[in-house]
Design a protein. Sequence first.
Length: 290
Amino acid sequence: MKSMYQEPSPIWLRYSVLLLTLRARCFDSNSRQFINYFVGNAVLKNKVVVVTGAGSGLGRALSKAFCAEGAKVVGVGRSLETLEQTHASIDTDKKDLFSFFQADIGQWSDVQDAIASIKDNHGRIDYLYNNAAVYPKVSFLEESAENFAHAININVVGMANVCKAVLPVMVEQKAGRIFNLGSWADLSPIADSAAYSASKGAVHALTKAIAADICHLNLDVQVHEWIPGHLNTQMSDYTGIDPALSATWGVMLAQRDNDKNNCLFDRDQEWLPPKSLKQRVKAKLLFWKK
């Protein structure tokens, strides 16, 4: 028997996506995220994405993933050699979408020069993935003051430097998304992680504080914290999640239709703090107000 199913025509598909997109506006963000997964190329094509720490690990994976979506990616890192390796790892037909800038984000002058150059070359910055970080694995009792200060300078001051340089560009264009890479390390530190854990606690506070400082502008500029999980990189002795998988979550978050100017994302979902018993009871009693 001949199947009744026929492959949809391109026109039918376009109208279907349009209808689903309109319907998704009436449902939750997960529904809209599902739609964005299928129309992602249209959402991200020619968008300008800045990725710090792009020379290895998640930064390299994010660069490859966004280039695959048609975005223009600018990688920032301290090592010219590793940035060139990232460029070499990108698919041949997407290599023109990736450029890079050598800079130490812990140095304000380096960051100023890098962001000014990116603005001059591309005219705008749509997304920033503040990924660069160091993890000195040493006991606090044995760690030198200089080594501790260096980690704080890269992980906190460096992240603040990049936000400080990028935000005026986003404010001028009245839109933009910043994702500061965070961790749960500040909540349950392990041995030999004092500098890293302390810096990630500071990242959490810094991200919320920056969002609070720009919310009065009423612009489509958002500042989020993203915790991508325990990744299989040099930082974690090559155990954990494949950075390529985590990068797909980063791409999905960029496509997410979000109406909050500050969220904490854990992997590919928004993390909401657990409600107290009193809050849960109150919500049940006041359900009719929803």
